[in-house]
Design a binder for this molecule. Structure first.
Ligand code: MIC
Ligand code: SF4
Length: 644
């Protein structure tokens, strides 16, 4: 039977199950990646599983998020991760080496392999034909320990790219166009596979912009074929031995198909506060801009920043603008220095930051009150910049650089003749900030700083589940709402008690108090509850505060898995109108919880208004067992080993 790329990779990694849409299957995982803001939790969980060493072919621990060191907390976490990496056979990428997705793309990706990462933008690696998936920390810890991961067999969407991009229109505009069409929930349960004549002109880093931001569709992953372009990229990284050609079969059957005529695209911008609020740049012409930030795992490659440098060459940024640039990796920064581009950027007035996530996760450079910030990032959720009143717009590097000169949102097509930058034949390669894994790890001491606290564990399911509705929120609530992250809070990613004071505070500043006073309870959510990051903290902290169940119209994939892994029940309103009949502080009751859960349909009684809601438990039998046991760790322990 002819297969898509996704199906081919799944088939070659299938351990158990049928490759039928919606079925739970187990696939083998070749590589894992972690970063520091989710990593401490991953490794605490890995330790709790009691494994000797990772079973994956390659696991890499990156330090790229929590790089601001205003006290010992972040540095202590880095040391913990460095020592644990040494102990368990994991590669360690030191702070300053770059953003996990950019460095992984450059130095570790292998076409045809699988990658699981404790970061939602792990699908970036799909740019070289890898099946790369973002997941919660516990799933990554288990994958490191067993080499296995459970997924629900996805649908495969063919994205046919026709024609050629016009001058000044770039990869970012392609993914913004898809987000405009499909919205932030349009990709749930799907892998987006890119094909067509248009892909030939997209370099690997440009493809990576698209696979990276496919996460904003809610997709399981996004993938490109591995072709001559991939080979050229790997050669330039001195890794041609890692190349494997991988293509969909000619008559492969896709579940859906969308077509994009690249020649019809124009520069686009995502407006506050969602990556799918996309309009043309020309329609917002004249919008005054206060800050411009270029970087993040979406748009900080060599080509991206070389274009920015060329646009800014010999110019000075507008008086009203602060321009900040964070290169994606040390390789990119070194190349910019070698080509003299760094001089152009500095001379134009750019503020150069270290190679890390930086402002993308609110680690510094928060804009001023009520300001407009143009960013080349993938997320513009309210408050994520660290300034709740700021309005963040997402654009391509070309739009960002053109706007830096004028001080207004500017269509780069106004700049005249296009700038062409070729991918280098050879990148500057220097892996001296990557500490390779040890063959013999015995005798390595793990150093755990005082800020690293134990993580909460769930309790087995009781006969009844009862409690108050602690909060009722609307649609598309992000994990940045559930567990905000910024320069002040990120140093406490390994300290759940501390972070619990901030849980859901962007929605209700009294949520932690209410949760404590009522000894936990229920959360009511709308559509796509928990979209955005993979941070497990958005489940661990509600667990710590006693949250027993979340009732929503629908869930985002990674967050739902994180809730279940921590023993929190996730229920979906069968009748979405029931959402309107439940209020904050109503008392809810689930009777015979175990039996109802087994059936998959759960009646929730509202003891305050006498109503009853029919809820669906859209999870697999394995996940039901996890909830019954009060979390995956309890399940693993009850079985005496990680494997059944
Ligand atoms: C993000 O972009 O939101 C993050 C920060 O990279 C998160 C991980 C985290 O919260 O630590 C993600 O995308 O998973
Ligand atoms: Fe880092 Fe931003 Fe990418 Fe998340 S989206 S990995 S914070 S650069």
């Amino acid at each position: 039977m002819p297969l898509t790329i996704t199906q081919k990779i799944i088939k070659s990694h299938l351990i158990k199950g049928k490759m039928v849409f919606g079925e739970e299957i187990i696939i083998s995982i070749d590589q894992t990646l972690t970063q520091d803001s989710t990593g401490t939790m991953v490794y605490l969980e890995f330790e709790a599983l009691g494994m000797d060493r990772v079973k994956t072919e390659r696991s890499v621990a990156y330090i790229d998020h929590n790089i601001l060191q205003t006290g010992p907390e972040n540095a202590d976490d880095h040391l913990y991760i460095q020592t644990i990496a040494k102990k368990y056979g994991i590669f360690f990428s030191k702070p300053g080496n770059g953003i996990c997705h950019q460095v992984h793309l450059e130095r570790f990706t292998i076409p045809g392999q699988t990658l699981l990462g404790s970061d939602s933008h792990t699908p970036t690696a799909g740019a070289v034909g890898m099946l790369a998936i973002g997941a919660g920390g516990m799933d990554v810890a288990i994958a490191m320990g067993t080499g296995e991961y459970y997924i629900t067999m996805p649908e495969v969407v063919k994205v046919n790219l026709k024609g050629k991009l016009p001058p000044w229109v770039s990869a970012k505009d392609i993914i913004l166009e898809i987000l405009k069409r499909l919205t932030v929930k349009g990709g749930v349960g799907k892998v987006f596979e890119y094909v067509g004549e248009g892909i030939k002109d997209l370099s690997v880093p440009q493809r990576a912009t698209i696979t990276n931001m496919g996460t904003e569709l809610g997709a399981l992953s996004s993938i490109f074929p591995s072709d001559e372009v991939t080979l050229e990229f790997l050669k330039a990284q001195q890794r041609e031995n890692d190349f494997l050609a991988i293509n969909a079969d000619y008559e492969a059957i896709y579940d859906e198909e969308i077509e994009i005529d690249l020649s019809q695209l124009e520069p686009l911008v995502a407006c506050p506060h969602s990556p799918d609020k996309v309009v043309t740049v020309s329609s917002l012409k004249g919008l005054k801009v206060d800050q411009i930030v270029i970087g993040s795992c979406t748009n900080s490659s060599y080509i991206d920043l070389m274009k920015v440098a060329k646009i800014l060459e010999g110019k000075t940024i507008a008086e009203n603008v602060s321009l900040v640039i964070a290169p994606g990796s040390r390789q990119v920064l070194s190349m910019l220095a070698k080509e003299g581009a760094l001089v152009s950027l500095i001379a134009a007035g750019a503020r150069i930051l270290e190679c890390a996530c930086g402002p993308c996760i609110g680690m510094g450079q928060s804009p001023s009150t009520n300001s407009v910030s143009l960013r080349t990032f993938n997320r513009n959720f309210e408050g994520r910049s660290g300034t709740p009143s700021a309005k963040v717009y997402l654009v391509s590097p070309e739009v960002a650089a053109a706007s830096a000169i004028t001080g207004y949102l500017t269509d780069p097509r106004e700049l005249g003749a296009p700038i062409i930058i070729e991918e280098p034949k050879m990148f500057l390669i220097n892996d001296n900030l990557i500490i390779p894994s040890l063959k013999n790890c015995s005798g390595v001491e793990v150093i755990k700083g005082p800020n690293i606290k134990p993580f909460p564990k769930g309790h087995p399911l009781g006969k009844e589940v009862q409690g108050k509705v602690l909060i009722k929120v609307g649609d598309n609530i992000t994990t940045d709402h559930i567990m905000p992250s910024n320069a002040k809070l990120l140093p406490y990613r390994s300290n759940i008690p501390y972070l619990s004071d901030y849980c859901l505070t962007p929605c209700d500043k009294d949520f932690p108090k209410k949760a404590r006073e009522n000894r936990g309870g229920f959360i009511i959510g709308g559509i796509n509850y928990g979209q955005g990051s993979s941070r497990e903290h958005a489940a661990l902290i509600p667990l710590y505060l006693g949250v027993k169940a979340v009732l929503a119209k629908s869930f985002a994939r990674i967050h739902q898995a994180n809730l279940i892994n921590n023993g929190i029940i996730t229920l979906i309103f069968e009748n979405p109108e029931d959402y309107d009949n439940v209020e904050e502080m109503d008392e809810l009751l689930i009777e015979n919880a175990f039996l109802q859960l087994k059936k998959g349909v759960v009646k929730v009684k509202n003891m305050t208004n006498g109503k009853e809601y029919k809820m669906i438990l859209k999870i697999t039998p394995r996940q039901k067992e996890i909830i019954v046991q009060g979390g995956i760790l309890n399940l693993v322990k009850s079985k005496g080993s990680i494997k059944k």
